[in-house]
Structures are given as C-alpha cells and as structure tokens.
Design a protein around this ligand. Sequence first.
Ligand code: PHB
Length: 404
Amino acid sequence: MKAEDGCRLRSTRRGLLKGAAAWGALGVAGPLAKPALAQAAPLRVGLMLPYTGTYAKLGQFCDQGFRLFVEMNGGKLGGREISFVQVDDESKPETATDNMNRLVSRDKVDVVVGTVHSGVAMAMVKVARDTKTLLLIPNAGANDATGPLCAPNIFRTSFSNWQVNFPMGKVIADAGHKKVVTITWRYTAGQEMMAAFKEGFAQAGGTVVEELALPFPEVEFQALLTRIASIKPDAVHAFFAGGGAVKFVRDYAAAGLKGQIPLYGPGFLTDGTLKAQGEAAEGIRTTLHYADDLDNPANKTFLAAFAKKTSQVGDIYAVQGYDAAALLAVGLGAVGGDFSQRDGLVKAMGAARLDSPRGPVTFNKAHNPIQNIYLRDVRNGINAYVAVAQANVDDPARGCRIAT
Ligand code: PHB
C-alpha cells in the first residue's frame, strides 16, 4: 500500500517553475542553476511502517509524531521542505526487502524512516547498507542494527532491545524476586529482549526458570498462562506490544494471575495500550525510555501539540517518530538543507543532543541513543514515573566497527 503527498509535491513544482524562470531571467548558466534547483525540491522521505496488523497503532503513531514535528516547523526540516511517500510494511519480514527496494529505486526517496518490527528492520538495514540510503529507525530494537550492522548512514531514535530490558533485571531482583518466568513472541525482538533481561537478572542474582514463547503475532495465550500458574514463579517478565499486549494483559488478569504473580516487562507492554487494557493493567511495572508524566517542558509541548493534531494521547512511538524528524532537522540544518553534503549531515546528526520529550538524548558511535531508562507504574490509566531505573544507558554496540 502506498500513498504520496501529492498536494505538497504539486505546490512545490509550481515553486520550482517560478525559481527556474527567475534563474533564466538573471541569465544564470546551467551548472550554477542546477544545485540551487535541486535544493529547492522537497526532500523525499519514505515512511515504511506498519499501518495494519497488530502493530498498526504503533506505526501510525511513529508516522504522526514525525509529521507533527515537520508541521511544527512550517513543513520544513533544517530549512528544507519535506514530501512523503508512505508504505505499509504490515510487519512482514518476507516482503520487507522488496518494499524497501521499491522506495529507494522506484520512488527515489532520499531518506527512509522505518520501522517498528525488528525482523522487517533487519531487511531494511541490509538494503540501506547496500544502497547507502539514509535510514532512521523510529522503533525497531534489533540489536544488530546498531551492532555488527552499524553504518554511518543508519541512525536509531528509539532503543536497542538490550537497552530497555537489561535494567529490569536489577529492578525485579531489588523487589525480592528470585525466580522468574519470561514470555514473549518468538522473533528477534522478543528473543533479544528476554536475553537482555536474563543477563541483567543473573547479574543481580536472579534465575530465569522457564522461557515461554509463541509465534508472532499469535495471541492464543491460554496454554502458556496455565503453565505459568503451575510453575508459580515469583514474577513474570513479558514482551508483547500493540494489539497483542492488550490481549495478553487482559488474559493474564482473566486467568486470575494478576495480584498473585507480579507482571513486569519492557514498557511496550503498557504503552499506547492502557485505554484498551483498563483495570487489568493497573499496577504493572515496566522499564522504558519514557513515562507519560515526565515533567519537562519538551514533553509538555509534545503532548499538547500531539493531542491538538490527533485528539489522542501521545506515547513512546509518537515520541520516537517526533525525534526522528528532530534528528534529521539537526543534520539538514547543519548543511543549509543541502542533502548532497552527506558527510556534514551525518556528522551533525551523530553529534546531536536532542531535547526530547523523554529527556536528553545523545548518540553513541553506532548511532543508538544514550538515554535514561525509567521505572514506571500503571496508575489511574497512565504509565506514571517512579524512578530512573538506570541513568544514561548506552547500548554496548557489540560488533560495531564504525570509525568515529
Ligand atoms: C521490535 O520488533 O523491535 C519491537 C516491536 C514493537 C515494540 C518494540 C519493539 O513495541
């Protein structure tokens, strides 16, 4: 599925004609005129996100967050007008390479922003490396994207799967729990998140006694919940997101486990889902690089603007999309909107310090954010800030050979 922002393209074309006529009238010769015209064209941004399926709302919020930042800057980033091409990746790794190739080769986008699902993102990373396309990842946590597959043209404005789960090991151990069962979808994100939690929990003296999983995006949780009830661990650590997280949290409560075996997880378990989860989510503690009530001016501005644009409450996915646009604005601003100055653009992006709604963000050599990971508690329908679980968490970027 693909849609083009025709309106903006049409009006820009008119602008280009006007510009060309002006150059002609001034008698400016071809070679000089070309770069100026190229610069006047809008920068083409490909949004490759899930707009359908269990991650649909996540993709839509990344999209709306990105567009919000652009709109707040008069339709421009770093002085350069922006146009969009949009593709629904459906969270399907099997069609991801073709979708990404089409954006790059047929639609000739300058930048790709995507995606949510780690498996899809890995295919995008490979195409981006081969074609040197600038790729901004606004969610997917696949460790390898900023590990062995790191590249100068690949940035992530979200998190690594390791980053949001490792700190939970200490949190759960400090709560006095020694034996934990993990449960997730069996794909890159779920497996990497549970491995990172296990690493942090083992370091804090805990033991993962059983690792449960089901295929993505299945939601038949009953047999696994029965298994948890029979094991009776001290706590459960779970990764699900979007529609799957809504059903898991509701099923956990309906199975009578809520109040019996404390449920924890990375914050995706309860982010953007609380309205649908209702009472079943109250009291769930999670770790994430955001909390709804973070008391900083950037978060207040973002939440108010997002609510005004969409009549919805902003969440981490919208923040990550918003920050992807903010990061691109830093790069484009540093080169006066001239995308052909790629070295200068990438250098400025790598050195960016974002005043994000999540708090301050900088980037490591692999272009993964360095950020606080917060402990949150679902209270009265929001993911309320409890504490900084770990400050300035930097992903180890294992295997990244980027030169700094
Ligand atoms: C992922 O596949 O990397 C992923 C998907 C949804 C989330 C978080 C991570 O909420």
